[in-house]
Design a protein around this ligand. Structure first.
Ligand code: ADP
Ligand code: MG
Length: 379
């Protein structure tokens, strides 16, 4: 047996801590891309282009036409916990922006080479800034004054040999995961053009997944998957919890009852699920298990229990296939916590069990009319 008596406890050097923690914030290429898209959305962009060079192995750029970054903010931009979106923990309950921790760019510096080209459109020239691994500015040079920002990450995970070789080995899978994520944003983001460009050494750049700044999700679905995707699709707006008037003390208690009392934004506090799902009577055997997109207040996320009940109800009407699904859960920000996992995709939902049961009932109701149709098509 070994003892620790000769091993004194010491602090890990700052650089190593930074590397270790960064690896937890940016788990893979998809998390990196997600962080960059969300920064562009937070900057009020109406056009976002995501470009993958060699499937992302060489570099990824995210180009937007948002606010741009002012000169004064460039020095601290990529430092850990520097953000323009949150000042204290109390703000977290009200956070509507995608980002709020000030960790993404800082982490990306430790895991890749980061450059930012930006202009607020108010100065004669823009600026191209190269950051070093610890998030400080390495070099600065003039750039065109086109309003917006281009963030480029090159050679992701290069400084981490194990991660990089896994990344290279699984690049096809990683890339497809990224595409799924870009699709999710292109589906949910209305009035914002989102497109993806793939470039390899052998072929000229190819643009795909292009949404054209549509005002509706329906049009986005048609842009992303083609008009056929909307064949026999049911549009739904299910009120899972009816809103109430705001309580007098303004405090909500969700710990032991199944009711939602109020909303921090002084809205009605209702919870609903809106979106599109293929009808159970639709085309036998055309499974769309890989085309299921869930959102919480427009934020792509993983909600396994909600996804499971939707599939269960669907399968009780049609055992042959899984539905195409685009569903947005709309609820007060005080009823969920996005600060559970570093990638913010795992969400803690208050009263999830109650929501799941309400959803089971409402979905069954909307599918009921298709039961007879399906029985006929089965016969
Ligand atoms: P967070 O998004 O949590 O604030 P980030 O590290 O992702 O942290 O970004 C740090 C800051 O950099 C943001 O708060 C924002 O002010 C600025 N920023 C990042 N990307 C962009 C962008 N595309 N356009 C404008 N500002 C940006
Ligand atoms: Mg961010």
């Amino acid at each position: 047996m070994t003892t620790a008596t000769n091993n004194s406890i010491r602090a890990i050097d700052k650089e190593s801590v930074h590397r270790i923690c960064s690896g937890q914030v940016v788990l893979d290429m998809t998390t990196a891309v997600k962080e960059l898209i969300e920064n562009s959305l937070d900057a009020g962009s109406t056009s976002i282009v995501i470009k993958f060079k060699q499937n992302g192995l060489e570099y990824i750029t995210v180009t937007d036409n948002g606010s741009g970054i002012s000169d004064a903010n460039l020095e601290t931009l990529a430092l850990k916990h520097y953000t323009s979106k949150l000042c204290s923990f109390n703000d977290l309950a009200h956070v509507r922006s995608f980002g709020f921790r000030g960790e993404a760019l800082s982490s990306l510096c430790a895991l890749a080479q980061l450059t930012v080209t930006t202009s607020t459109g108010t100065t004669p020239t823009g600026v191209l800034v190269e950051y070093s691994a610890n998030g400080t500015v390495k070099s600065k040079s003039p750039a065109p004054a086109t309003k917006g920002t281009i963030v480029r990450i090159s050679n992701l995970f290069e400084g981490m040999p194990v991660r990089r070789s896994e990344f290279v080995k699984n690049i096809k899978r990683e890339y497809n995961k990224c595409i799924g994520l870009v699709q999710a944003y292109a589906l949910i983001a209305t009035n914002i053009k989102i497109s993806c460009v793939s470039q390899t050494d052998k072929k000229p750049p190819v643009t795909y997944i292009a949404s054209s700044g549509n005002p509706t999700i329906r049009q986005n679905i048609i842009n992303v998957f083609g008009p056929k995707a909307m064949t026999d699709v049911i549009e739904f707006d299910l009120e899972l919890v009816r809103g109430k008037a705001r309580s007098s003390n303004g405090i909500s208690d969700s710990s032991n009852d199944d009711e939602v009392d109020e909303d921090d934004d002084n809205q009605k506090g209702s919870i609903s699920l809106t979106g599109y799902i293929s009808s159970p009577s639709f085309g036998k055997g055309r499974s769309s298990a890989d085309r299921q997109y869930l959102f919480i207040n427009g934020r792509p996320c993983v909600l396994p229990k909600i996804a499971r009940v939707i599939n269960e109800v669907y399968h009780s009407f049609n055992t042959n296939q899984s539905p195409f699904l685009v569903a947005n859960l709309i609820l007060p920000t005080s009823y969920y916590d996005v600060n559970v996992s570093p990638d913010k995709r795992t969400i803690f939902l208050h009263n999830e069990r109650m929501l799941v049961e309400a959803l089971r009932i409402k979905l069954t109701e909307i599918f009921e009319p298709s039961r007879s149709t399906f029985a006929v098509s089965e016969a």
